[in-house]
Structures are given as C-alpha cells and as structure tokens.
Design a protein around this ligand. Structure first.
Ligand SMILES: Cc1ncc(COP(=O)(O)O)c(C=O)c1O
Length: 382
C-alpha cells in the first residue's frame, strides 16, 4: 500500500465528507453565491456564509463577514501585504518564511522601496523574540510571521510576537499554512490582526481554497476590482467586508468542501488532532535518531514542532532518497527546498535541500515503521 507522508504540501486523504459535499453542491445546487435572488442561489450563498461561521468558530473570531475567501494562502498573504504596506514602509518578519511571504516582500522591496527586517532565530528555527523590539521603526507598518516552519516544523511564539506588535500599534499578519486545524489558534489571545489560511493542508479541505480572517477595523486595500453581486451601481470596489476583498465568483464548491473539513476538525477537536500528530512526530523522531548516518534538522522536540521533519542521509542528495522511497517502497515524501530558501540558508542546506516527511491526522504509527525500515535498507546500501 502506498504511504503518503507529504501532508505539509497538501493533506491526503481528506475526510469523506469533503468530496461528498463538493459533489453534492456541483450535482444538486450549482448556483452562484450572492448572485441571484432565487432559492438555489440563496442556498449557495447561505452555505458559503456557514463556512465563514465555522472558520470563526475554529479561530475564535466573532464576525463571519470578516472572513475573506481567496484561492490559497499565497493569494491571501499577497492581498494582505500589498493591501497594507505602503511605499517606503517597513516590515518585520522571520528568518524562515515561505516564499509566499518572502517573495512578496522582496518584490515590494525592489519595486516600492519597502524595507524588510528579519528577526534572527536559532539553528532549530525558533525566532528570538527578544530581538524584535529593537527592530521596530517609526515607519514599521506590519509584522508578518509564519506560525510554523514548513521546513523545520518549528512552531513560532506568535502570542509573544503579537503582543509586541499590539504594544506598538502595528498590524500582525500570521501565515497559518502549517498550523490551521492542527494546532490551536485563537485570533484574540494570540493578538492576530490578520490570519492567513490555506484550505488544503491541515485544514483538510480542497485545493483552491484559502483566505484571511480580518480582526481589525481598518480596510485592506483591494488588489482586485470587479463584481461582488451587491451595490453594482458603484464604480468602485465596496469599502466593506467581505465584498471589498472578494471580486469575482468564489470557488463555492471548494468552500463548501472546506466547510465539511472544518466541521470534521471541530468534531474531532484540534486538541485531539494535535495530540495524534504530536505522537507521530515523537515516534518518528525517536526512530530516526536511532538510525545511523541521518542528519535531523529542526528542534527535535515534538512539543516545539508540527508534524514536519526534515532530514538528510549524510551527503546523499535529498532528491535521490525521495526518489528511491517512491520508486522502490511507494512512500511519498518531498525533497528539495520546499519553497523556503531562507530556512535552508539557516541550516546550511541551501544547495542540497532536505528530505521532508510530514504527517497528517490519517497517518498511523505503522506508516512510520515502514518508512524507517525503508530508510534503514537505503542506508545499508550507501
Ligand atoms: C508556511 C507556508 N506558507 C505558505 C504556503 C503556500 O501555500 P499555498 O500553496 O496553499 O498558497 C505553504 C505551502 O507549502 C507553507 O508551508
């Protein structure tokens, strides 16, 4: 049986209700949300609204209208950063961002004279919170931090970071791609002003879904203009949410699938999901540490990580290891830079990359036994 250990790229499998609800929408509803007064269109609209409510429950937010849908977290992050930061502004970020944040900031730096400060972190990828205060400048407009590294798994101290942002009245944007649904997030307690999420990873929903939860009263400048189904006479994009940031037809089927996934998570509870993924991480780390010739990156402590482990077999190229695991053992892992070059700069793997195994709620201990035995065989032949 093939074994899927690439949940950090996208989760698989999904709860059955996810595909079932997308199919049901496409087969039996199919109308556009917010674009008609007939019953089916109102039904589609209501179903989308229910998903906004579910996401509010998951992240402890009170206003479903402040949940904005986008096609993934990359689009959502671009929308937030480009809609908040002004030319000449300054942004503080971590040293281990995914390119969704990093490239967006670097392009603004090149094209709009944005200044970027990166907060140092230790070799396990843990941000040094004590260094942040000194980086704040009069023109700092945004803090943007990933909640957990997709290379090292390291969970960042977002509550402490958020508190500093709040003390300075600076907006705090969190990239929850690797944590939403798999680790508790409380938008209020964590001082998050804008939470960016992607639907298809630990939220267990379909690809093509993601968005923002906006937890402050100011308006993010829209990056798209177009139809919203309401106030069509106005030549400008509405200045209220969610319409202001949702031009064009939504991925209604995908959003409904995401709703089924979030319902599943709420039923199982994030705490149980975290417990299982923590157990798998602990179990895998222990076994990996017992193998010869393995270099493990990251904290090496399941309490400080999500279910993501990067490693190398001494100097064997990561892509070769991943290729053998797939071809010979039918085990799917990812190899390379995982779209996060700065994290690799930190651990010195910028040129070689790492092998990354990442667990999801549906993985079992036996999956780890199988990959460990495969790795032991590969190592014995090196
Ligand atoms: C931390 C982090 N941010 C952003 C992304 C981008 O996610 P998406 O491709 O869903 O936009 C990823 C995906 O790997 C990620 O791990």
């Amino acid at each position: 049986m093939p074994i899927y250990l690439d949940n950090a790229a996208t989760s698989y499998p999904k709860p059955d209700a996810v595909a079932d609800s997308v199919y049901h929408f496409m087969k039996h509803i199919g109308a556009n949300a917010g674009r008609g007064a007939y019953a089916r269109a109102r039904d589609a609209d209501d179903r989308v609204y229910q998903v906004r409510k579910l996401l509010c429950r998951l992240f402890n937010h009170t206003d479903p209208e402040h949940v904005i849908f986008a096609s993934n977290v990359t689009e959502a992050i671009n929308l937030a950063i480009r809609g908040i930061v002004k030319p000449g502004g300054h942004v503080i970020t971590s040293s281990i961002e995914h390119n969704a944040v990093w490239r967006c900031l670097k392009m603004l730096e090149r094209d709009y004279d944005i200044r970027i400060s990166t907060v140092p972190c230790d070799s396990s990828g843990m941000t040094d919170v004590g260094m942040i205060e000194a980086l704040v400048q009069p023109n700092t407009q945004l803090f943007v931090f990933t909640h957990a590294s997709n290379v090292l798994g390291t969970i960042q101290p977002i509550r402490q970071i958020g508190r500093i942002a709040r003390q300075h009245d600076i907006l705090f944007l969190v990239d929850s791609a690797q944590t939403a649904g798999a680790y508790p997030i409380d938008i209020e307690e964590d001082y998050i002003d804008i939470l960016a999420f992607t639907g298809h990873k630990s939220l267990l929903g379909p690809m093509g879904t993601g968005g923002l939860v906006v937890n402050y009263e100011g308006m993010i400048r829209p990056q798209k203009a177009g139809g919203t189904g309401r106030d069509s006479i106005s030549p400008y994009q509405p200045d209220y949410l969610p319409d202001g940031l949702e031009a064009g037809t939504l991925n209604v089927g995908g959003i409904i699938g995401l709703g089924a996934a979030v319902s599943f998570i709420l039923d199982e509870t994030v705490e149980e999901i975290r417990k299982k993924e923590r157990f798998l991480t602990h179990y895998a780390l222990k076994q990996l540490q017992d193998l010869d010739q393995v270099i493990i990156y990251g904290p090496g402590d399941p309490d400080k990580m999500v279910g993501v482990i990067s490693f190398n077999l001494l100097d064997t190229p990561a892509v070769e290891v991943a290729y053998i695991l797939d071809e010979v053992y039918e085990i799917m892992v990812r190899a390379g830079l995982h779209c996060a070059p700065t994290a690799h700069r930190l651990i010195g793997t910028e040129l070689v990359g790492t092998v990354r195994m990442s667990f999801g709620y549906f993985n079992e201990k036996e999956d780890i036994d199988i990959i460990m035995s495969a790795l032991a065989q590969i190592i014995s032949k090196l």
